[in-house]
Design a binder for this molecule. Structure first.
Ligand code: HAM
Length: 422
């Protein structure tokens, strides 16, 4: 036997057992996004590398060391998308969707980053992302946050906490950057190698460091929220007021800087205690300069993306296994007539909206019941030749304690629906 080929590290197969939850999240998200007027856009998985260099930033981890970049057969440098915002802006400009227009868009699909794989961090992962264009006020920022909060409610996700911050305008960030460099220069001796490098390239990212030895010096660093320009400060105050009005709880986290360079003013993250080290399930913010930076006319914009793997993991942790794609019923067919009629009966039950798996492997009652149990179905419907000629079938609960009962075939769908709703 030759050696079996394995998947690429950090790129997971999504197996049927877990896909029920994925589909539930996808359906719920599509419904929630529609309720706020967002429309789907589908974008290529590959873009020119330059797009990401110009948007995410040359000195970010993503562009410096995480992209899957290669030259195609024409010698052009392409990259698998590490995120969706840049591609969405590129498509918006290219298709004339942005100038002087309001657009509310969403997308879903795989993203690729060559990170060190660990729980909640993969090299191929999936996002549902949202991008809104043409609205500069904090009302849009609040809408995005309320929309994500509604999705958590719909999915019955608890234990997620909201953190917000403001990064101000590029000008006030440049001024703050100077303050920060002076501060960290004065504490140079405690900085690690990574932070020393960032001191030259991207000092704000030092605030993001997870190195325990740096936490003291980071804690006492000046905060950007204390050095915002008047307009950004007003924008942030109004966002906080809007969230207060809506009863959304949040914490202002002055260390929240995000790993992509395009943000201006509001940034936010939803963090879950159920997730371990990779705790952020959803993140985003405002990026008012990006459209112009990528060659479009200046257009304010904001958005977020949620990580599907992490959201599904929260649902698994919470044991929200309500919809795992298993059938509701398993038809056990005993005898020749039953086998012939069983498939038709299953069709009628499906017409009534039930999820039905019909035995097609035959064998004894015992072996069919074993398969019924393995299918995960809540009920087995036992159909025998003699019973069938009298118009009767038996229902047997597989997951709860209930007496097996014989009922009329005509009442079957109704009775089962009542039982399943209990
Ligand atoms: P991001 O913070 O890089 O933002 O990613 C958003 C979310 O994707 C994260 O919070 C996390 O749940 C998930 N995620 C990121 N990397 C991984 C990974 N390696 N494995 C598993 N999940 C991951 C963005 O991508 C921005 N485009 C969000 C945005 C949209 N901002 C404005 N609009």
């Amino acid at each position: 036997m030759s050696r079996a080929i394995q998947a690429i590290r950090g790129m997971n197969d999504l197996l049927p057992d877990v896909l029920g939850l994925w589909q539930r999240v996808e359906q719920c998200a599509a419904g929630t996004l529609r309720a706020y007027g967002y429309r789907e856009i589908r974008l290529p998985l590959l873009e020119k590398t330059e797009l990401y260099v110009r948007s995410i930033g040359q000195v970010t981890d993503i562009v410096e060391k995480e992209m899957y970049t290669f030259d195609d057969r024409n010698g052009e440098s392409l990259s698998l998308r590490p995120e969706g915002t840049a591609g969405c802006v590129r498509a918006g400009i290219e298709n004339g969707l942005l100038h002087n227009q309001i657009q509310r868009l969403w997308y879903a699909g795989p993203m690729f980053r060559h990170e060190r794989p660990q729980r909640g961090r993969y090299r191929q992962f999936h996002q549902i992302g949202v991008e809104a264009f043409g609205m500069s006020g904090p009302e849009l920022d609040a809408e995005l946050i309320l929309m994500s909060a509604r999705l958590w409610r719909e999915l019955d996700v608890h234990d997620v906490a909201l953190q917000i911050n403001s990064l101000g305008t590029p000008d006030c960030r440049a001024r703050y950057r100077k303050l920060l460099v002076d501060y960290f220069e004065a504490h140079r001796s405690v900085l690690d190698e990574d932070s020393l490098r960032r001191l030259q390239t991207n000092p704000l990212r030092i605030l993001d460091s997870k190195n325990p030895a740096l936490q003291g010096v980071i804690e006492h660093a000046p905060s950007l929220v204390d050095h915002l320009d008047a307009e950004s400060a007003g924008h942030f105050a109004r966002l906080c007021a809007l969230l207060d009005d809506a009863g959304v709880k949040y914490a202002v986290n002055p260390r929240l800087v995000r790993g992509l360079d395009y943000y201006t003013r509001t940034v936010f993250e939803w963090v879950s205690a159920a997730l371990g080290a990779q705790a952020t399930v959803c993140a985003g913010g405002r990026y008012d300069g990006l459209v112009e930076q990528l060659g479009g006319r200046a257009t304010p914009a904001a958005g977020f993306a949620l990580g599907m793997e992490r959201l599904v993991e929260i649902l698994v942790e919470q044991k929200s296994l309500a919809c795992t794609g298993v059938p509701q019923l398993y038809l056990v067919l005993l005898g020749e007539v039953a086998q012939r009629r069983g498939a038709l009966l299953a069709e009628r039950l499906r017409d009534d909206g039930l999820f039905v798996e019909c035995d097609a492997a035959g064998g004894s009652l015992k072996s069919q019941l074993r398969r019924a149990d393995r299918s995960g179905a809540a009920y087995a419907v036992l159909i025998g030749d003699a019973e069938l000629s009298a118009g009767l079938v038996s229902i047997k609960a597989l997951r709860v304690d209930e007496v097996q009962e014989q009922i009329s075939e005509l009442n079957l769908a109704q009775v089962l629906k009542q039982r399943l709703a209990r």
